[in-house]
Design a protein around this ligand. Structure first.
Ligand code: JFZ
Length: 607
């Protein structure tokens, strides 16, 4: 079962990491974003960032193994606009405000912003302390984004925070020092391919001020290479150089940059988005945590609200519990989570972003073992009530949805349990009772969750964790199983990506192209027999008729509405007559089946 899934997922992730999504053209955007001008598709910028783990990565990989959690900061000239230009608000990722899909600001206009850039409220110590309080192990900050403005003192190019602004100081010196002082790592984001203001840079002007045509090589030699030398030699030890959006940048340039990093910072990691598979680890698509374990060194990057850079209107903050959900599932899938904040143009950090980070950080301080140095879940996917991380013979069950009825159900664990303890976040813990039932482990719990955010049960096993990762229908909590985990016949599993707001990418693996007789089929394990409510999550047009059938058992069908937004539609009750394994299939059998895109199936116990 696991093998099959990992293969399927490898394909999904491979496709997603390759990001050369020519198919994207067919995949209509969900939200009307202005059509990019010719040659201005965002997705041809991502290049080949698939990275294979190499043996020599072991030492540098330590950062990810121990850390698992980092702060990303998008801060630049664009932060002064906060997505408002000439009184008009543009919705989307703030650092792209210059782009023609956003405000479309001409280069000379944009450069003028530097005249008023004076981030007097930037407090490097406070930012480093915030990351520390959040439980994050290092900070990666934009030294230069696609706009070409250097947020540090660059001798290679005057368009920087010291030479071009009234501020006239290098805040990166302060931040590098502050990180050292509070005891966390420091590193730089650098946009190596795209430079929208320097002649010859990716998507930049094609001519210099003198009217003479400029090539990418001009940009590379005059700005990119010297700047990468600067950021890797003038800020002490750095942990990562986070290159981004390689596009079709020739390999030799990427190789040269990596050589510089290796020479100046032999212990630093290079992000996969350097391109050509030359980085040390893989950055998965933005704002997304994978649903199945992923091998090798990788991270997910995400942001506290919906934009990377500050956007004045964006109060859509992740709550501390959401942050923990994303972090724990990232660690559970075997990766590292890097969560972004976007300081304002004056350098201050929005209070709610800080609150979300501190709220989740307090939890991490109570249960550090769930995050730091923790290994992936032997279930290879999340569980209905939460997720699992591991260390040696110990499982940490992070319970996000405390089950009613005083029992937690854990399917498929083959080991003998030595002990099970409910952690209290302090030194003490409470031993809890557990029993085995039809291959499930059942833990007795107090009625109320002991932790207001996420409670943790530590289970010590005899031997290394040995688990059957089959999907199992929880007897208490709703179980959603994604379509990407189904066997599909007479239909197709396809990845759909779209921008919710400009630059805010969403991704769904969905079953489409339904043919007569087509089905998505899951194998599920049932502990408590009886009736369960079934819902399907899909998009489509008009009314659709769906059939859900248990192989050799009951089949139900129903007509429900559809819309362009993924939503749970109730199909009906279905009966599992006894405990054990079942195959359950879902099919779109009537209506505009060509419009139907199935994302998942949900089983909810009646009581
Ligand atoms: C890039 C940048 O363009 C963006 O401004 C931001 O800095 C973000 C962290 O990275 O955007 C991307 C790059 C890659 C993907 C999506 C957005 N991707 O691989 O899905």
């Amino acid at each position: 079962m696991f093998k099959k899934h990992s293969l399927k997922l490898a394909t999904v992730i491979g496709a997603f990491a390759l990001l050369n999504l020519s198919c994207l053209a067919e995949e209509a955007s969900k939200v009307a974003v202005k059509k990019p001008a010719k040659g201005e598709k965002m997705d041809d910028l991502w290049g080949d960032s698939v990275v294979k783990l190499r043996a020599t990565d072991a030492k540098r990989g330590q950062l990810f193994d121990d850390g698992n959690y980092a702060m990303f900061i998008h801060w630049g000239l664009y932060s002064t606009l906060g997505n408002k230009v000439d009184g008009k608000t543009y919705y989307g990722i703030g650092e792209w405000i210059m782009n023609s899909n956003m405000a479309g600001i001409p280069i000379p206009e944009y450069k003028k912003l530097a005249n008023d850039f004076n981030p007097v409220n930037f407090d490097a110590m406070a930012v480093a302390q915030l990351a520390k309080d959040a439980g994050m192990k290092y900070i990666i900050i934009t030294s230069k984004h696609h706009d070409g403005f250097a947020m540090y003192h660059s001798k290679a190019d005057k368009f920087n925070i010291v030479d071009a602004t009234p501020f006239g100081r290098d805040p990166m010196k302060d931040l590098a020092k502050a990180c050292k002082e509070v005891g966390i790592g420091f590193g730089f984001y650098y946009s190596h391919n795209q430079d929208w203001t320097f002649p010859g840079g990716g998507r930049g002007p094609k001519k210099g001020a003198d009217g003479i045509p400029a090539s990418f090589d001009d940009y590379f030699q005059k700005k990119c290479l010297p700047q990468v030398k600067e950021i890797t030699s003038e800020y002490g030890q750095i942990e990562i150089v986070w290159f981004d959006t390689p596009g079709d940048m020739p390999k030799k340039y990427v190789e040269e940059l990596i050589e510089v990093v290796r020479k100046n910072q032999p212990n630093a990691l290079v992000s996969g988005r350097a391109g050509h598979g030359l980085g040390d680890y893989q950055s998965l698509g933005d704002m997304e945590v994978p649903h199945h374990n992923v091998e090798g060194l990788w991270e997910s990057v995400d942001t506290t609200n919906d934009s990377w850079a500050y956007a004045w209107y964006d109060e859509n903050w992740k709550t501390p519990k959401q942050v923990l959900g994303l972090l724990v599932s990232c660690v559970g899938r075997g990766g590292t989570y890097m969560l972004n904040i976007g300081p304002r143009g004056d350098g201050s950090v929005p209070q709610r972003a800080a609150d979300a980070l501190r709220g989740s950080g307090e939890w991490i301080r109570r249960y550090p073992q769930v995050v730091y140095g923790a290994g992936p879940s032997p279930w290879h996917h999340g569980l209905p009530w939460g997720d699992v991380t591991t260390r040696g013979n110990k499982l940490h069950l992070a319970v996000f949805e405390w089950p009613r009825g005083g029992e937690l159900h854990l399917p498929g664990l083959k080991n003998k349990i030595k002990s099970a303890k409910l952690l209290t976040g302090k030194e003490s813990s409470v031993e809890i009772e557990h029993k085995k039932a039809s291959g499930w482990s059942v833990f007795s719990l107090p009625v109320a969750a002991p932790d207001k955010l996420v409670s943790v049960i530590e289970v010590e096993l005899e031997g290394e964790p040995d688990v059957d990762p089959c999907f199992a229908i929880d007897p208490v909590v709703s179980t959603e199983i994604l379509a990407e985990f189904s066997d599909v016949s007479g239909a197709q599993l396809k990845r759909n990506r779209w921008m919710e707001k400009f630059g805010e990418w969403k991704h769904v693996n969905q079953v489409v192209n339904w043919q007569p007789g087509g089905a998505a089929t899951w194998e599920v394990d049932v502990l408590i027999p009886g009736d369960y409510k079934v819902a399907l999550n899909y998009t489509g047009k008009g009314r659709l008729v769906w059939k859900v059938a248990i192989q050799g058992g009951e089949a139900i069908q129903n007509q429900q509405n559809a819309s362009s937004v993924f939503h749970d539609y109730k199909i009906g009750w279905i009966n599992f007559p006894k405990p054990g394994r079942y195959k359950v299939g879902a099919s779109c059998i009537e209506g505009d089946a060509q419009s139907a895109a199935l994302k998942g199936i949900k089983f909810t116990p009646l009581n």
